[in-house]
Design a protein around this ligand. Structure first.
Ligand SMILES: C[S@@+](CC[C@H](N)C(=O)[O-])C[C@H]1O[C@@H](n2cnc3c(N)ncnc32)[C@H](O)[C@@H]1O
Length: 241
């Protein structure tokens, strides 16, 4: 059972029986919506078309057995260099593929703030964490423009295959930047746009050039790159000030 804010489990059987793939077939159906008083969500940012939110119906694809082989997810986690006791924010955590593994790595003195805008994803995460007996995950129902993170408290903000879906990229970058400890980093994983052999739709890929354009414009600087993943860029950003 997770530590706080338990979310009622919904009909998981029906969810998991849904679409087997979200990125390889049409599956992104739930357009992120704005909140009252906010500007309309963006459909484009700095020349990049923004992808729709991946629906929770595609969640089984995120925990497919071949994911580790295809994306070398273990290597991605190793590259994060997570330490015991740290606070990690897994933004766009989905059904918790990375969240659960990170929770084990930070141990009982650390915590993973698991943020998603779809309560159905958090319900699936809750079920999986309960089954695994993991108690140091704090689920957070974020808003499309606000991850609802504590200020200055996070060691690593992890974004795996989600940034390209943000309909308010500037607001999300500002909020994630504010959540970082002085030594904190945003770790961004996105499918490589430059590589036609990566079998993902173009709308769900990003180039390094585009990533740098967007992050630098929002007070973030590149501090490290890890180029060994089979499908993804992995880029680490810190505060530019
Ligand atoms: C393609 S899934 C990736 C899930 C997970 N990171 C993984 O790699 O298994 C993208 C997730 O990001 C979530 N998402 C999209 N926009 C978001 C936002 N502004 N804040 C938090 N989560 C968001 C979606 O609801 C979806 O669950």
């Amino acid at each position: 059972m997770m530590k706080t804010h338990r979310i009622p489990t919904i009909c998981l059987t029906a969810l998991l029986a849904a679409a087997a793939s979200a990125l390889l077939v049409p599956g992104r159906t739930a357009e992120a919506s704005g909140e009252e008083g906010r500007p309309a969500p963006r459909s484009e940012y700095k020349g990049r078309r923004i992808a729709q939110t991946m629906s929770f119906h595609g969640a089984p694809w995120l925990i497919r057995p071949e994911r580790d082989r295809e994306e070398n997810t273990k290597l991605l986690i190793k590259a994060l260099q997570v330490k015991e006791g740290q606070t990690i924010a897994d933004i766009g955590c989905g059904n918790g593929f990375y969240t659960l593994q990170l929770a084990e790595l930070v141990g009982p003195n650390g915590r993973v703030l698991a943020v998603d805008i779809q309560p159905e994803m958090l319900a699936m995460l809750d079920e999986r964490a309960s089954e695994a007996g993991i108690e140091n995950i704090e689920p957070i129902l974020g808003a499309p423009a606000d991850p609802k993170l504590p200020a200055g408290a996070v060691d690593v903000v992890l974004l795996v295959d989600v940034y390209h879906e943000f309909s308010y990229p500037e607001r999300m970058l500002t909020a994630m930047r504010a959540s970082l400890k002085p030594t904190g980093r945003i770790a961004l994983a996105e499918y490589r746009m430059e590589d036609p052999s990566v079998p993902i739709k173009l709308l769900h890929k990003m180039s390094k050039k585009q990533i740098l354009k967007e992050y630098r414009a929002n007070g973030l600087k590149l501090v490290h790159e890890f180029d060994e993943l089979p499908w993804q860029h992995l880029m680490f950003f810190g505060r530019a000030d």
